[in-house]
Design a protein around this ligand. Sequence first.
Ligand code: 3H9
Length: 708
Amino acid sequence: MTLSSAPEAAAVQPALRGSVLVVTIDHAPVNALNAAVRRGLIDAIESADANAAVRAVLIVGAGRNFIAGADIREFGKPAVPPSLPDVCNRIEACGKPVVAAIHGAALGGGLEIALASHYRIAVEGAKLGLPEVQLGLLPGAGGTQRTARLIGAQAALSLMLSGRHVGPQEALRLGLVDRVGQSDDVFAEGLAYAHELIATHAAPRRTKNARGLADKEASAAAIAAARADTQKKSRGLLSPLKIVDCVEAALNLPFDEGLRFERERFLECRESPQRAGLVHAFFAERETQKSPETRGAQPRALDRIGVIGGGTMGAGIAVALLDAGLSVTMIERDDASLERGRAHVEKVYDGLIEKGRITQEIKARALQRFDGDTTYDALADADLVIEAVFEDMAVKKAVFAQLDRVCKPGAVLATNTSYLDIDEIAASISRPQDVLGLHFFSPANIMKLLEVVVPARVAADVVATGFELAKKLKKVAVRAGVCDGFIGNRMLAVYRTAADHLMEDGASPYQIDNAVRDFGFPMGPYQVVDLAGGDIGWAARKRRAATRDPKARYVHVSDALCERGWFGQKTGRGFYRYEGGARAGKPDAEVEAIIDAERERAGVTPRAFSDEQIVRRYMAAMINEGANIVHEGIAQRPLDVDATLMHGFGFPRYRGGPMHFADSVGLENVLTDIREFAKEDPLFWRASPLIVDLVARGKNFASLNQAD
Ligand code: 3H9
């Protein structure tokens, strides 16, 4: 059962039910702990202590959740008392037993409220967790101290360092809750528990006195192991090691001192740019899901999906769809190609089985929803068709002509093109209103980003269907307009070019990769080329050669490698050498010699760049193109650019995406850099009119994000 949520009601509503004071938190949408909720909770506990008729307190959440945590929107603003630690301490100090009855999310500060309560019950569907680490924070309302005392160092660290959610049964096993309700009626379950406690004269039971850290040696070992692991895995992140330190404080310090220790660390995290970046990422991911079309239109049906093409992309898309429980019909031109397509799909699943991520049964169940055909007529009933055939306008148009012929009226016809003009594709058939771009990123079953590309004549409900599909696939959908490369690949082309200029001017590809990795990307641009295959970019460069501005600087190094057949990992050589099929490449002196030769040919005298100089140019190029993309309306807001780069291109989440990063270093500084670089190459470095305008008005990108 969910309790009703009245928007006009007070955020915390105490009501006496017999001898139980029921304290209902009613703060839509997720009962986040804003100042009014915090105040209301303290007042409720005070009144419980003061009222002799109250023999127990029950805390429940209205709506779909217990409490989703601290109100993230308050971070970065002046603090309003009471603080959440004070609220938790007051609850724990209550002289009457306090029960937390949990349904839906009890996350972060929400779980901390439950841990400060004396008894906990969870019902089916409850999600308990301490996800602060994902926001660059640590549990800061006693969570590190109470969790460790309640469930032990190892389990507490595992929860806090991963941020994962646990269900009621696991919570019970861990000792996070005392019982799991028999029904999903959280109110009835909680009330019954409170009455039982009254009947058995149960006393308040304070988590600060729990004995989960009693085995000092085992606790110390768990902390040491977590610290070593965190040092390895959480490169560049501030909060994970602080979480470990706080658990160590829980082991070694009295409770009150531990709380103080935790509070100091929490405040350091809260004030850090990482917290700002991660919170921006959190809201950006949610905000991108909202487009003018999703606000106004209902999505069309989405049960039977067709995929045209069984290459790497088509197969990856098919797996993404199957994993979401959808039925897929793959179309290929003949039996042999279809067999290859099916084999590609199976290979993706086999890879996952090999890594222990899924079982044979899961693969078998998914493949039951997969079939294939060699004629388009098999798509007569499809609700949505996604084509992933060769990137060639004539080939795409031929596919769409077939779809126009066979598909039922109202079927959504989507193209996975990376750069072709979708308006032109749409105009080539009789139903342009049904044509949409759905641009997946490889591997399509893994990468979170889905660009929903919106051509001029598409119907709003078709766009809404694209967003609905993304939701089913658990992807981050970003609305993009039609242009060469849409948001992500268009930006990639520009910052890759900036990297090429740096390389020809004197930085080695290895230094560039290193600097970019140190900034926080998982890979540098040349490692990415080697992974994706140099031939892909080569083909694109050849395609663009005719339209390239002859005055624009062109670096030939990548072409020179491709001419030698060095396409990267798959050929054993690219920018790096991959000896014996190794996946990690080694720097290659011959590549450096080729670069030297190209420098000479271009008449460039190489100069040294520091890592910082490399990153400044790389980022300035990225930010400038992002600004152009917003300026032209290809992206709705800067935050759409941020989500694209974070989910499709490995931009470090803790920096919040390139546009948020630009704001954090100061947009005027970025503009100064661009103007400085323009002295050498005014054609490449043209400051975006949007940046010029924002700086002139003393504004930043965030001012264009409604959500910020
Ligand atoms: C913390 O607790 C720190 C403490 O340890 C220490 C303090 C001293 N605040 O995700 P949805 C909004 S840190 C404000 O689409 P779902 C969200 O933006 C916090 N707003 O729904 C959206 O707004 P809009 C630790 C929040 O059903 C709306 O609610 N907690 C918050 O898919 C619906 O959200 C977390 O990290 C918030 N805390 O998922 C939990 N949470 O409608 C973060 C959500 O305007 N939250 N909103 O777009 C979640 O994981 C999911 O929102 C949740 C619901 C699972 C709860």
